[in-house]
Design a protein around this ligand. Structure first.
Ligand code: NCD
Length: 306
């Protein structure tokens, strides 16, 4: 039985297979409409979510399966003090696969150790978010045609932004990727990513503060929200929250085919005037999230569709 805690749990070949399957699902959805009949996914969300939880549920429904779960810690026995380990032991009797989001780093991993069913990390604190990475990879591969030979700007809250940590982990395995890490001083990428992932892999990267300076060289700009819920005090958040705002004027400095991604939700960091720019791909990205989650469910449940 396999779980998914980090994008590194799949090797590049396995990732490619999942992305190929997701592309086939996009092209031939009817072929997969009954693939998971009789199966259930449990979505155990101890933190707010719109896209991740609902796209997991849509994914299972599209495969002919069913869904159960909770969308906040308050509405589960966590409010009574139950551990994730006990919860997953019980959920293993009710469902075939589970997606867990939790504010504590490592909670889905702890759950997986006691689980009788595959567990997917749907975001653990400021740590990792591997299914957003699958979504991002599918978006990049579909719209750019490749996952290597790219200069990628990651902009915003690189300290607490778990989607950025997982995306870097995944992309260092493709050839000739250069990262431009754009953040305020206080929100720079954590040391464990800089040292253990970027430096260890001899990755080309630089850290800068000004988006305007970085934007002209980018093939792709990945914007992120300042992660309000991870700040210790409101004042620091208020000081940081509008540090970057991507608008038409900044887009005019970018290459004509520079793609803009964002895991969403957006707050102020991308002005709505950018939404109509053909380079804005963040809503398309959310749509890809359903196909990759369908592919992931099929893979972890070892369901073959001929
Ligand atoms: C992201 C997350 O939860 O980390 N959202 C998502 O899953 N699409 C990004 C965010 O909340 O900023």
């Amino acid at each position: 039985m396999r779980h998914l805690m980090s994008p590194l749990d799949f090797n590049v070949d396995e990732l490619d297979k999942i992305l190929d399957l997701a592309a086939d699902i996009e092209a031939n959805p009817q072929k997969y409409a009954h693939a998971c009949e009789g199966k259930k996914i449990a979505t155990l969300f101890y933190e707010p979510s719109t896209r991740t939880r609902l796209s997991f549920e849509a994914a299972m429904l599209n495969l002919g399966g069913s869904v159960l779960g909770f969308s906040s810690a308050d509405s589960s026995s966590a409010a009574k003090g139950e551990s994730v380990s006990d919860t997953i032991r019980v959920i293993s009797c009710y469902a075939d696969i589970a997606a867990i989001r939790h504010p504590k780093e490592g909670a889905p991993l702890v759950a997986s150790l006691k689980s009788g069913i595959p567990v997917i990390n749907a975001g653990d604190g400021g740590h990792e978010h591997p299914t957003q990475t699958l979504t991002d990879l599918m978006t990049i591969r579909s719209l750019k045609g490749r996952l290597g030979h790219l200069t990628i700007g990651l902009c915003g809250d690189l300290k607490f932004g778990r989607t950025v940590h997982s995306l870097i982990n995944a992309l260092v395995r493709y050839p000739d990727v250069t990262f431009v890490l754009i953040s305020p001083e206080e929100l720079r990428i954590p040391d464990y990513v800089r040292e253990d992932v970027l430096r260890k892999n001899n990755q080309k990267f630089k850290e800068v503060t000004r988006l305007e300076d970085a934007i002209p060289e980018l093939d792709l700009l990945y914007m992120t929200r300042v992660q309000k819920e991870r700040f210790f005090n409101e004042e620091d958040y208020v000081r940081m929250k509008d540090f970057y705002i991507l608008d038409k004027q900044k887009m005019s400095l970018a290459k004509p085919d520079m793609m803009v991604l964002h895991p969403l939700p957006r707050v102020n960091e991308i002005s709505t005037e950018v939404d109509d720019d053909p380079r804005a791909a963040y809503f398309k990205q959310a749509q890809y999230g359903v196909y990759v989650r369908m592919a992931l469910i099929l893979t972890l449940l070892e369901v073959k569709v001929c």
